[in-house]
Design a binder for this molecule. Sequence first.
Ligand code: 3H9
Length: 694
Amino acid sequence: MTAITEFVRYEAQGTVGVVTVNNPPVNALSQGVREGIKGGIEAGMADASVTSIVLACDGRTFIAGADITEFGKPPTEPGLHEVIGTIESSNKPVVAAIHGTALGGGLETALGCHYRVAVASAKVGLPEVKLGLLPGAGGTQRLPRVVGVPMALTMIAGGAPIGAKKALEVGLVDEIVDGDLTEGAIEFAKKVVAEGRPLVKISDQNEKLEDARKNPSLFADFRKSIARKSRNFEAPENCIKAVEGAVNLPFDEGLKRERELFMELMQGEQSGAQQYFFFAERLANKIPDVPKDTPLLDINTAGIIGAGTMGGGIAMNFLQAGIPVTIVETKQEFLDKGMDIIKSNYAATVSKGRMSQDAMDKCMSLLTGSINLEDLSDVDIVIEAIFENMDVKKDIFGKLDKICKQGAILATNTSTLDIDEIGEATTRPEYVIGLHFFSPANVMKLLEEVRTKKTSATVMATCMALAKRIGKIPAMVGVCEGFVGNRILAQRGEQANKLILEGAKLEDVDRVLFDFGLPMGPFAMSDLAGNDVGWRIRQGKGVTSPVADAICELGRFGQKTGDGYYHYEKGNRTPQPDPIVEDIIINAARDAGINRRQVSDEEILKRCVYPMINEAAKILEEGIASRASDIDVIWVYGYGWPVYRGGPMRYADHIGLDNIYNDMLKFKEEFGDEWTPAPLLEKLAKEGKGFKDL
Ligand code: 3H9
């Protein structure tokens, strides 16, 4: 065995040279890996005892892509193109042996090989678009030559991987290996030699491009099909252009075109933000004061209190992860209704072809209904998801404390109440935590986990691991009004309401935020969520909001009543401006003595977004969030902040905290003290720093 570099070794096994990569955790293509693969292939070519070569990986996965931490640094030799060129021009067949995930540069490396074998559980894909990039080492030129242009477009501009079985069907993988992968790959390589099979160089293959050459509308149709999903993103368009290059240009020129388009993206803000976000998401999983090796509690069963929209949605996450759920309601009719809704949600997913009937049956078989809290005596975690009332919640937690076994986690899905106080209703506050799911809870990725002053490290670590198991992205925060996400949202809502009184049209406020990249503006969002929700909360707190209250007093609760801030035609969710609402706003402004004026789009954007950033600075100062990047994760996954802007904190750094600070001072002069910059914002701005420097 020869160590080519620290990360790659070469060993002849009979007539097959085996090049093995070992660069944990994901065998990313850092400099030493690239050099090692090139050297390993050259060693195989020079080794007279071997007639073929296998490229395999140790650990949990085949190469998962370029090393993202190297992006933005000066390039180091050899580049990935050179490595892949060496593989493809080898005069002995090279076989890639794929397990885990062959992604990005990893799949591009495999496409440079003459053959590919994989285990059945492997996945292959080109996810660069999710990092704001395109496959930059020949992927846009080679993949369409293997799977055809339509499928290549879907994989490259969409970024989702495909499984080994599908890859076999479309010719991306040549054989599925049962048993030991390296041994299977060695056998396959010997067969290639014994049968005198050709050295398949994908770069020479053109047949699969022919159909696209004859179908001029293919690219336009594809652009149309992804327009809504890829709104404002730069990378998908460059991905499409690069595949157009594969169809219209000779291979080498296509590669050059790919390079230009790749560099254009690499130098842009969007890919910087998306790469930042890739690491932010992974960092959010780690709690600074909870050691990595904290022992976890076993979670094998769950109890959910409340079979309403939220409780039902939460239950679905657990069921899909194979965790049995007991769902508890106060009355049989509420329980039946809730269970029926879960069933019909699954049935709808099955009818759309997104779930098999078997999978649905399995989920439903894991669900038990009960109208008896005592049935939760043995579950490992309880999540309470009833209406927001402190006294009722305290009563339930007091009962759970008596009913549930020692060591069970008692969680609340509250989005507004003080969880420290709820914890004190039990004799085990260290087992009490907030698990704030976002609606619809079976769809939205974010799980805002809320630690109290007493929540134990074990409970926090267990809930972070649990989030991953049930397919959620977690971020740990502390207790405060609205926690992190809604506390920041409230700032935006307040300014949006002021802007419409001052003269901005509500459809303009919504348009500016939609164009910025959010899924919808504050008024359309309120109509979707139900205006009565906020109205009830305001009534509970004894506060008023003239326009919002007037709208609710007319029964305009939003989409569900056909009228809200907008009017909705029956069966149509498109908001239509309504003169009645315009009158309400004008009257409210007159009553408040406000002189209405033209408000620019720029002012709308700054007035809505800067108070969010300022509030986030306060949240950081108070230690409610432990990192600026956690706030970004919350806003991207919980509220649809466009990932190509990284999140509000990354966006603030991009604009420059000094610019934001100066604008806030101007707003303060005009609108008063609510615009006082948070001390942390002021400090960073004056030091010429950003949130990234914290
Ligand atoms: C590319 O290839 C460009 C090319 O076209 C060539 C251009 C010339 N680099 O996600 P996990 C770290 S672009 C560096 O928790 P999992 C990650 O930060 C790349 N580090 O594990 C984490 O670190 P830590 C295209 C990476 O099992 C640890 O590995 N490829 C990379 O849930 C574990 O990660 C991609 O976009 C990387 N490429 O999921 C694939 N990948 O422990 C990106 C991961 O300190 N990767 N790390 O927090 C993934 O999708 C997932 O990591 C994967 C494993 C599915 C592989």
